[in-house]
Design a protein around this ligand. Structure first.
Ligand code: C2E
Ligand code: MG
Ligand code: MG
Ligand code: MG
Length: 291
């Protein structure tokens, strides 16, 4: 009968809720210990100047190697870490590891101009500025070797504190980049106020190219704007030869996407840094595309 069914449905619903809550609780507890247990890894995705084929930099992307769940994707634990107030700890680990890796790569003779690190809006504080200064000094890195990627969300509060931290970071000499550009629903006025060096156009615009001419016009507009503001434009999420052809004609600063490489462990990145690696790859892609 309906009443009984209703109750069963409720029970089933409650069971699922409990399951979900348990899973979340488990993830929370494990995430709190992920850094101290050495479960985090950095992977790197190369950024390529299409005109020369050279690698302009690499973005560090954090991976959580969970003993039972395997690799947990960042979308599942970065927001959780922010909620739990442990993003600072994770972010500091990422920053230190990325700078160590860059130093190590260079000591092995690899030429890598810069490494990009994602920074959550919640990390942006005076303490963070000190950590950045300390990391650069410990690794004896030129400050412009480090690019900090922030999303437009950091501009929403638009408070003086955020502005002071931006300026302090820029005064250290690190480069500041806006990640996922175009998805933030914020006013564009921050582009002239903040001391930025780079915009990363979001993957959704790249996908929009395939949907007809308007997508192309929008992207051309963003590129023109970046040029006139003297900001480097990096394109993320390039997957096809057609997309590559579009952007190589537009002369953007660098391209990052599965077409060239997914994010890989640092050992594998070394192979991608060998001179001529991507130049040859670009020739192949262009030959196939036109032939
Ligand atoms: P993001 O910073 O915009 O990074 C780009 C994401 O797109 C990465 O996903 C990358 O693997 C993926 N990607 C790159 N090329 C392609 C492509 O051609 N096609 C497709 N479909 N995807 C591509 P990932 O590694 O899963 O990271 C997701 C997000 O998690 C990042 O987006 C970033 O917001 C966040 N994240 C990653 N590492 C960190 C970190 O250390 N700290 C913080 N705060 N956030 C991080
Ligand atoms: Mg990023
Ligand atoms: Mg991005
Ligand atoms: Mg993104």
């Amino acid at each position: 009968n309906a009443k009984k069914e209703g109750r069963n449905r409720f029970l089933i619903f409650r069971d699922d809720m409990e399951g979900a809550n348990l899973e979340r609780l488990r993830l929370e507890t494990d995430l709190r210990n992920a850094v101290s247990r050495g479960q985090l890894r950095l992977h790197y995705q190369p950024q390529i100047d299409v005109q020369t084929g050279s690698v302009t930099g690499a973005e560090a992307l954090v991976r959580w190697q969970h003993p039972e769940l395997g690799t947990v994707p960042p979308i599942r634990y970065i927001p959780l870490a922010e909620e739990l107030g442990i993003i600072d700890e994770i972010g500091e680990w990422v920053l230190r590891q990325a700078c160590r890796d860059l130093t190590e790569l260079r000591s092995r003779g690899h030429e890598l101009r810069q490494v990009s690190v994602n920074v959550s809006a919640l990390q942006l504080s005076r303490d963070f500025v000190s950590v950045v200064a300390d990391v650069l000094e410990k690794n004896r890195l030129a400050p412009d070797s480090l690019v900090l990627e922030l999303t437009e969300g950091v501009m929403i509060d638009n408070d003086d504190g955020a502005m002071r931290n931006f300026t302090a970071l820029r005064d250290l000499g690190v480069q500041l980049s806006i990640d996922d550009f175009g998805t933030g629903y914020s006013s564009l006025s921050y582009l002239t106020r903040l001391p930025l060096s780079e915009l990363k156009i979001d993957r959704s615009f790249v996908q929009g190219l395939d949907q007809g001419t308007k997508g192309g016009e929008l992207v051309r507009g963003i590129i023109a704007m970046a040029n006139s503001l003297h900001l480097n434009l990096v394109v993320e999420g390039v997957e096809t030869a057609e997309q590559l052809a579009f952007f190589s004609e537009q002369r953007v600063h660098a391209i990052q996407g599965y077409l060239f490489s997914a994010a890989v462990p640092v050992e594998q990145l070394q192979g991608l840094l060998s001179p001529g690696h991507f130049a040859a790859r670009i020739d192949d892609i262009q030959a196939q595309d036109s032939g």
